[in-house]
Design a protein around this ligand. Structure first.
Ligand SMILES: [Zn+2]
Length: 385
């Protein structure tokens, strides 16, 4: 039986169809058109979405967990189950720097959950963020466990995850990490610069070797100085590289976000949450990977004030793109769905509302809050009356 979303404002890549109709058959989008041109079959499961926004589901390629559940380890199943509430239809389960033995055990747990995942958001793979980082730009990670990226390390990671690593954030200036970029690409892993103190020149060299993405642009990277443009300058200057952006309103000033959008264009800005495992939890003191973390209702920080991931999920970032940066809904949707899908090689099946694409859909109310989330044709969250 097909599922039909009837009467909403459907956000296709080109325009908003209002009122539109979207027909789902099995796991895919079958048809999108104006309601007046369509006769609803009697056997269909019809959902009245009048007045709502209908968009491709949010894709968060950089997030560590939520509500006390961490992606890295045995609670990944809870992350999968809880993400649809925030409109997320797929995500990359992102890790955190820990000692090697602990990393081994936690990542093995992730691989076993992903071999038979529960119903919820689709986990697209594992995003390794650390320990191959620069001690100068550690952020919340503990530098005592850092080590430069090597091909052996890539082999080890793919071994313990059964080949599930799809993204790897690293500092190319550490050891011989620059030389590992072609090896990552050969292994179908997206090479991502991050927590890096590299020079502008070295970053450009990395981009020439195939580096295609930057982790949370502006945060934990050498900043733009007009005589020393650093990683940030290279990301702004080179069109090919996709820039991840945390849009929680605390990690990056709206003015800097605007600079990024102006320099890169919307099609190269990928919104991420970088949500901490305590995202959306009440104020208080928590513990993450050997560090005390303090939540004040809006941010998650170390005791010295360093931001430790985000307290908000990507749906908040989506609303901020509209409310803080005045993007229209189609532009905001590109940054939260199309660009992330394309940046991990899924641009022809996910991230846009088009016939033939996976039926990964979020229905939002007039304040852009999720009411209904559909993953590959299945309703996984519903607050719609
Ligand atoms: Zn992160």
């Amino acid at each position: 039986m097909s599922t039909i979303l009837l009467g909403g404002k459907i956000c296709t890549p080109e325009k908003v169809l209002d009122p539109g109709i979207l027909v789902i058959n099995n796991k895919s989008i079958d048809l999108i058109q104006n309601t007046s041109e369509y006769i609803v079959p009697k056997t269909a499961n019809v959902l009245d979405t009048s007045g709502c926004w209908i968009l491709p589901g949010f894709i968060d390629i950089h997030m560590h967990g939520l509500l006390g559940y961490e992606c890295m380890g045995p609670n990944l199943d809870q992350v999968i189950k809880n993400l649809p509430k925030y409109g997320v239809t797929s995500f990359m389960a992102t890790t955190m720097t820990r000692p090697k033995k602990e990393t081994n055990s936690l990542i093995s747990h992730m691989a076993s959950i992903l071999s038979d995942p529960p119903v919820g958001a689709r986990c697209l793979g594992v995003h390794i963020e650390g320990p191959h980082l620069s001690p100068e730009r550690a952020g919340v990670a503990n530098p005592k466990w850092f080590s430069p990226l090597t091909t052996n390390e890539v082999d080890w990671l793919q071994n313990i995850t059964n080949g599930l690593v799809r993204m790897l954030t690293f500092a190319p200036e550490e050891g011989n990490a620059l030389d590992v970029i072609p090896y990552l690409i050969d292994n179908n892993i997206v090479p991502v610069i991050g927590h890096s103190n590299a020079s502008y020149e070295l970053t450009k060299e990395a981009i020439a070797l195939g580096l295609s993405q930057a982790t949370h642009t502006f945060n934990a990277m050498s900043p733009l100085h007009h005589r020393d443009p650093g990683v940030t300058g290279a990301v702004l200057a080179c069109h090919s590289i996709v820039a991840q952006l945390i849009c929680d309103g605390h990690h990056v000033h709206p003015g800097a976000m605007q600079v990024l959008l102006n320099a890169k264009g919307i099609s190269k800005v990928c919104l991420i949450s970088d949500a901490a495992p305590f995202a959306e939890l009440p104020s208080g003191k928590y513990h993450w990977a050997g560090q005390d973390i303090y939540i004040d209702g809006k941010t998650t920080r170390l005791s010295d004030g360093t931001l430790a991931g985000s307290h908000a999920l990507i749906d908040t970032g989506f609303r901020n793109l509209i409310n803080l940066l005045n993007l229209n809904i189609l532009e905001a949707s590109q940054c939260t769905s199309m660009v992330p899908a394309q940046s991990v090689g899924l641009g022809t099946s996910k991230g846009q509302l088009l016939p033939g694409y996976d039926a990964d859909i979020v229905v939002l109310d007039e304040h852009y809050r999720p009411l209904l989330t559909i993953v590959e044709g299945k309703i996984v969250y519903q607050a719609l009356e």
